[in-house]
Design a protein around this ligand. Structure first.
Ligand code: SF4
Ligand code: SF4
Length: 102
């Protein structure tokens, strides 16, 4: 079972930069990603919002390989700022906040 970080969940909830709460998992973003990501962004963001730190850590390679090209968010019906969310998670990892890297 993945370790739950209430600190991570609270941080994302309070953030004015990270906006994935409106995502309803339609899959449009996945279909348009040139990297062929099956989990970015919808599963990643859900896991992060739930504070599933170990699952987010397991996706660090994809978080850094994301091109930030925004193809995914062009047709997002919920206006989720996907690339900015990925960038936000990178910043958390870079700062070693939320114990995302140990
Ligand atoms: S396109 Fe938007 S609403 Fe649909 S799964 Fe992706 S992020 Fe969520
Ligand atoms: S920003 Fe990242 S997740 Fe979105 S389409 Fe580009 S490579 Fe894929």
């Amino acid at each position: 079972m993945s370790k739950v970080s209430s600190e991570l969940a609270a941080k994302l909830k309070q953030s004015t930069e990270f906006n994935a709460e409106a995502c309803y998992h339609c899959g449009t973003c996945t279909a348009l990603c040139p990297m062929g990501y099956e989990v970015l962004p919808r599963k990643l963001f859900r896991e992060a919002m739930l504070g599933l730190e170990e699952k987010v850590k397991a996706r660090i390679p994809e978080i850094y390989q994301c091109l930030l090209c925004r193809m995914c968010e062009e047709n997002c019906p919920q206006d989720v700022h996907i690339a900015e969310n990925v960038r936000y998670l990178r910043n958390l990892i870079n700062k070693e906040e939320m114990n995302l890297i140990k």
